[in-house]
Design a protein around this ligand. Sequence first.
Ligand code: HEC
Length: 134
Amino acid sequence: MKHPLALLALLAATAAGAETPRGLLDTYAAEAASRTPGFQASARRGADFFGRRFGVSEKMPACVSCHTEDPAQAGRHAITGKDIKPLAPRANPARFTDAAKAEKWFGRNCGEVVGRPCSAAEKADLLRFLAEGA
Ligand code: HEC
């Protein structure tokens, strides 16, 4: 079950339409901690997740297939060839300022690449890595 307070915070943030990467990280970390007491987001785990080859999809085995090894650099869509702006908020301040947008793309990309939704813990780890580097 989702943590009711974390969910409320996310909904409130979505309604306000002006999230911050830090606020989203805190929301995901709180949700993860409600399931795993003592949870702390880890940039290292986030980096591992980002680079892992899940092998669910042949054309897009990993997040780095489109977002490249360095999330502070522009990426390239593995299928359409379209440019993708850097995913790291330190390189692209528009990133993770809209909770609904982040959730939409987590939903799509995790489904295609990982073959299941990403957990709150995975999202918190990834956000810490994207914000701070490994
Ligand atoms: C097939 C190419 C592709 C792969 C593989 C991919 N992404 Fe993306 N991702 C995109 C595109 C396209 C966008 C939306 C365009 C944009 O925002 O620049 C996007 C946007 C996102 C966003 C939105 C961030 C924001 O708030 O602006 C997140 C989060 C994200 N991706 C996470 C992931 C994760 C995690 C993985 C690996 C599990 C992954 N992506 C793998 C193509 C991809």
